[in-house]
Ligand binder design. Sequence first.
Ligand SMILES: Nc1ncnc2c1ncn2[C@@H]1O[C@H](COP(=O)(O)OP(=O)(O)OP(=O)(O)O)[C@@H](O)[C@H]1O
Ligand SMILES: [Mg+2]
Length: 300
Amino acid sequence: MNETAMNLDYLRQDPAVAERFAKLHRRPVVLDVDKLTKIFPGGHGEGHLALDKISFQVHRREFVCVLGQSGCGKSTLVRILAGLDFPTHGEVRLDGTPVRGPGPDRGMVFQGYTLFPWLTVKKNVMFGLKVTGKPAHLAESEAREWIALVGLSKFEDAYPHQLSGGMKQRVAIARALANGPRILLMDEPFGALDAQTRAQMQSYLMQIWKQVDVTIVFITHDLDEAAYLADRILVLGAHPGHIQEYIENPVPRPRSPDQFRDPPFLALREHLDHLIHPPGEKKEEKLPITRMTVVGDDVE
Ligand SMILES: Nc1ncnc2c1ncn2[C@@H]1O[C@H](COP(=O)(O)OP(=O)(O)OP(=O)(O)O)[C@@H](O)[C@H]1O
Ligand SMILES: [Mg+2]
């Protein structure tokens, strides 16, 4: 066991941390991912193995972050959980029922803004409610409650192009939650936002999660984001996508950015860094660029 893993292990033995996870494990399992393997056609005849026997469980109202480098299969995993793609082997069960396609029990929020540009904020949030056959007046009052929850009541009648990126993602969260999903699947939802808005959105998301009976699977490649948000962090390795570790996050809740310099946060951060960027890993490749400046006119 390396030093960073030992530090983490030590922190997890803290009685308050141990009690927090004992409590979490007493909650029922909502999502059960069982030996999931995904092979895409292509490669040299035998196909491209993107995910290799991925198994993990998520408990009710747990916040799980899936962390891994680009190309390790995070989006493939979340698309299978959503029922938008299918595994080659293995199974996903939601509340014990195998996932066979998309369903209202799963809400999705992607990195790209996916609101309907021709609908107002309120109509965007009402959309899914009306599809399920809810009468318009009920859909409207429920949509307004969700919009209030994400703090955008003043913008109910605005169109997406009148909102900032962070506000659009808050509407996307309201729209996903309005359909009453058991689980919210988020694929790098704040990836396109600037650092400050991103930090604000992380805080909003934690506040929303506390108030709603929903379980969250949140994909990210940002170590700090995972350490700040998650109860547990599923670290994926690449080529093929496999589970490296499923880590219990020792950082106490409620979380705040003040904890970024505390020992549990730093120990976790260091361990994640060790897993994602192992020492001795090949350094960045140099680009084969031909010189295009005058000799002697050098910059550092
Ligand atoms: N439809 C597809 N057909 C063939 N190969 C695919 C397909 N979708 C993904 N892949 C391959 O599967 C692997 C995992 O891709 P995926 O998009 O899931 O990675 P990711 O972890 O989400 O990456 P990123 O962090 O860049 O979003 C990659 O090697 C990718 O090229
Ligand atoms: Mg991806």
